[in-house]
Ligand binder design. Structure first.
Ligand SMILES: Cc1cc2nc3c(=O)[nH]c(=O)nc-3n(C[C@H](O)[C@H](O)[C@H](O)COP(=O)(O)OP(=O)(O)OC[C@H]3O[C@@H](n4cnc5c(N)ncnc54)[C@H](O)[C@@H]3O)c2cc1C
Length: 448
């Protein structure tokens, strides 16, 4: 341990590891403090799919360069090794409680319209443990000090130094990067959460399973909404990148429901049960996330907040990587500005990018609408009915923001049909459709 670092990074997820690399590549001293004992072991539920490789996301395109086995982000000059397996996923099916399904994907007879164009996947299933391991290995050339079993517990300031306590030790640095994920303790400690609205908590349990019967081709992602004690529980099913394993995730906002019991119920005693008849659980994961509105200005008292820690619920792995890399470069430039005595601008430019690219272009309300479906359409039979009206496939996407926009547009076009066929549901439906999803979630969950 050095007496002083240029930068201390809290959290060795995708955001923290790429931020550390960006700072260290520029010759500065970096320490990473991480609460896990084994950094590359993933215990937290995650779909482990990278999205969306077929469209811009937070101002970036990304792809997997199979020849060199690297993830590449050409817009920001980032690429790094990923030595694990990849499965390309082309379709996303959303299934209603009564088994009506809508699909985002290519038409059956699709051929690229122009030679040289490709049929791009909507997501890549990958192995997050290999990814994290590769990112850690990528730091080896840069003398980054990594401290496992070092949970962040406190932050103070002494003159120009940020002083962080983690794992019982004190670390001094010029800057701190907070990349400790969705329930960030650094963010809480710095008071950022006072200015954010807490919307809900989400509880997740997930399993890698053998023997799952998807009823669709293996390259498809399935999302279902089931009801347990009349409360919605979402199911996400994603094929693992190799072999016949599937990643099955159960999520609910409902505190009164034990998500593990709900998962059991849906797997054994629901319309979804047929797909789970022969499964064998291979691994188990869990997560609980506080859902807040995003942080508008992620820099305060020489602390820059990156990745999920700054966003609404989650930025997706891609967002974590992009902000990790860009934020790390901004801090490296800020250190250089200080050395040269030039006016600071790099961190301000990063914050402008965050404001203009994420906050202004990716409305968190839109993101929450994916989970809001079961709350916006107030009854199971209404979800079935509306899904039944959307028979044509939607364009290929697994980007929640794009999917919600496409669904919203479609809903507008079928509104006259709903008015004509089901005037009985209109009084229930309309007020919820025009309310913001975060308001609906917050109010419904408080029982108002
Ligand atoms: C149920 C679920 C499904 C998801 N599915 C997908 C998906 O399919 N695709 C996708 O792209 N994204 C998905 N995500 C989101 C994805 O997991 C995150 O966006 C991504 O991991 C964020 O990266 P990060 O580096 O910001 O934070 P994290 O990956 O959360 O990393 C934070 C790190 O900080 C450490 N840490 C936390 N607190 C402390 C502390 N006090 N002191 C020290 N260290 C600490 C943690 O141990 C962790 O290593 C999913 C999330 C959930 C919950």
């Amino acid at each position: 341990m050095k007496p002083r670092y240029d930068v201390v990074v809290v959290g060795a997820g995708p955001a923290g590891l790429l931020a550390a690399r960006a700072v260290a590549e520029n010759g500065f001293d970096v320490a990473i403090v991480e609460r896990k004992e084994n950094i590359s072991v993933i215990n937290r539920a995650c779909g482990q799919s990278l999205l969306p490789p077929n469209e811009y996301f937070y101002g970036n395109l990304f792809h997997y360069n199979e020849r060199d086995r690297r993830f590449c982000f050409p817009n920001i000059g980032l690429s790094f090794t990923y030595s694990g397996p990849i499965k390309k996923l082309y379709d996303w099916h959303l299934v209603s409680p009564g088994m009506n399904s809508i699909r985002f994907g290519y038409p059956d007879n699709y051929t690229p319209p122009v030679p040289g164009m490709v049929k791009a996947p909507i997501a890549l299933s990958y192995d997050k443990e290999v990814l994290i391991n590769d990112l850690v290995n990528g730091l080896k050339g840069y003398q980054v000090d990594i401290f496992p079993r070092a949970e962040f517990t406190n932050i103070t300031w002494a003159g120009p130094d940020v002083v962080v306590t983690a794992g019982g030790q004190q670390f001094h640095s010029s800057y701190l990067i907070a990349a400790d994920g969705t329930n960030s303790q650094v963010v809480q400690r710095l008071g950022f959460n006072h200015d954010r609205k807490h919307i809900a908590n989400i509880y997740a349990q997930s399993f890698f399973v053998k023997g799952f019967e998807s009823k669709t081709e293996s390259e498809a992602i399935l999302t279902g909404v089931g009801f347990v004690q009349e409360k919605p529980v979402y199911i996400f099913c994603l094929p693992r990148p190799e072999g016949d394993l599937w990643n099955i995730l159960f999520l609910t906002f409902e505190k009164g429901i034990e998500v593990g019991d709900a998962a059991d119920k849906l797997m054994h005693d629901s319309r979804f049960a047929r797909s789970f008849q022969h499964i064998e659980k291979v691994r188990e994961f869990a997560a609980m996330e506080h859902i807040y509105t995003p942080i508008i200005n992620p820099f305060k008292n020489n602390v820059l907040v990156l990745g999920d820690a700054a966003s609404c619920q989650e930025l997706e792995c891609l967002g974590a990587m992009i902000t990790g890399w860009k934020g790390g470069l901004a801090i490296a430039a800020a250190l250089k500005e200080f050395q040269l005595g030039v006016a600071p601008r790099a961190v301000g430019e990063y914050c402008d990018w965050w404001l203009n690219t994420y906050i202004k272009q990716y409305d968190y309300q839109g993101y929450l609408q994916v989970f809001g479906v079961a709350y916006m359409f107030p009854r199971q039979d209404i979800i079935d009915y509306i899904f039944g009206l959307m028979k044509e496939p939607f364009p290929p996407t697994f980007n929640p923001y794009t999917a919600v926009r496409l669904l919203g547009n479609k809903l507008q076009t079928i509104m006259p049909q709903i008015f004509a066929e089901r005037p009985d549901i209109v009084p229930e439906l309309l007020p919820k459709l025009f309310a913001f999803p975060s308001e609906i979630l917050a109010k419904t969950l408080k029982g108002e």
